[in-house]
Write a protein that binds this ligand. Structure first.
Ligand SMILES: [Zn+2]
Length: 248
C-alpha cells in the first residue's frame, strides 16, 4: 500500500513524500495496526502490514506490478483531475486503488478474485453512488479463451460492442480490447487499441468506448474445417456441443 495514517491521524501518501522524510509511526486506516515501510531494491517504497490477519481491507501484499501501475495512473490522472490514492471509504469499508473526481473508483486488478467478491465490491460502489471501472493487470489479460471472471469484467458500448481494459506495466500502455466475441470453436476474437501512459487526459481516454467512431469491423475467415471440428466435438461428447445438437 502507498498510503497510511500517521500518529496525528493524517494521511501520508508515499507518492507525494520522500521516504527519508518519514520518521514516526504509521498505521493502516482500516485495521489500525502498525505498518512497516519497505524500501527494497525491486519494489518501489511502500507500506506493509506486520500481520495481515486482522485486516479486512488488505488481503495480500501487493506485487511490484500493482504498486507500479497505481503510481503510473495516479500521475497520469493528476495532470488534469482530482485523484486520491487508496482513499478509504468508511461507509462501506472499501479502498479503491484510485478515486477520481470524488466519484469514479478505479480498481487495478492484478490477481484473481472470486466472483462473489467482485459482485460485492461492484454493488457497494453502485449503491453508494460511485462509478467503478476495473482495469486488468497481466494475469487477467484476455487470452485465446475467456474465463467466467473475465466475462464479468467485460463492458458494453454501442460503438465498441463488448470491451475490456488491460494495463501493460512492462510497455507502460493502457489497452482497450473491443468487439470481443467468441467464435464457434470457443476462441476469443477482438480488436485492440493501445494508449501510452501519460498520453492525453486519462479520464477522456477511459470514455473512448462511448465516442462515436466509424463502425468497427473484424474481417472473418470462413473456417472450412468447421464441420470436421464439430464432428470431433460430438465424438468426444463435449457438453457444449451435445447441448447444441440436442437443441437443433
Ligand atoms: Zn490493515
Amino acid at each position: 500500500m502507498l498510503t497510511a495514517i500517521d500518529e496525528n491521524g493524517q494521511v501520508v501518501n508515499l507518492l507525494e513524500i520522500e521516504v527519508k522524510e518519514l520518521t514516526g509511526k504509521y498505521f493502516c486506516p482500516s485495521c489500525k495496526s502498525e505498518l512497516f515501510i519497505k524500501n527494497g531494491e525491486i519494489k518501489m517504497p511502500h507500506f506493509a502490514h506486520k500481520s495481515l490477519k486482522a485486516c479486512d481491507l488488505w488481503l495480500e501484499n501487493e506485487s511490484e506490478q500493482h504498486l507500479g501501475l497505481k503510481k503510473a495512473l495516479y500521475q497520469w490522472f493528476k495532470k488534469t483531475d482530482k485523484v486520491e490514492i487508496e482513499a478509504y471509504i468508511p461507509e462501506f469499508k472499501q479502498r479503491p486503488d484510485l478515486l477520481v473526481n470524488d466519484k469514479i473508483a478505479i480498481e487495478i486488478q492484478c490477481s484473481h478474485l472470486s466472483m462473489k467478491r467482485l459482485k460485492e465490491r461492484t454493488e457497494n460502489y453502485q449503491v453508494h453512488g460511485f462509478t467503478v471501472l476495473w482495469l486488468m493487470g497481466q494475469d487477467l489479460w484476455l487470452k485465446d479463451q475467456i474465463t467466467n471472471l473475465q466475462k464479468n469484467l467485460v463492458y458494453f458500448s454501442e460503438n465498441r460492442g463488448f470491451y475490456y481494459w488491460e494495463l501493460d506495466f512492462k510497455t507502460q500502455k493502457l489497452r482497450l480490447k473491443t468487439l470481443i466475441h467468441e467464435d464457434l470453436s470457443g476462441k476469443i476474437i477482438y480488436l485492440q487499441e493501445e494508449i501510452p501512459f501519460g498520453q492525453g487526459r486519462l479520464i477522456e481516454q477511459l470514455r473512448l468506448p462511448f465516442l462515436s467512431k466509424k463502425l468497427l469491423t473484424i474481417p472473418l475467415i470462413v473456417d472450412l474445417k468447421l464441420a470436421e471440428f464439430i464432428r470431433r466435438q460430438l465424438y468426444y461428447c463435449s457438453p457444449k456441443w451435445l447441448k447444441l445438437q440436442e437443441k437443433y
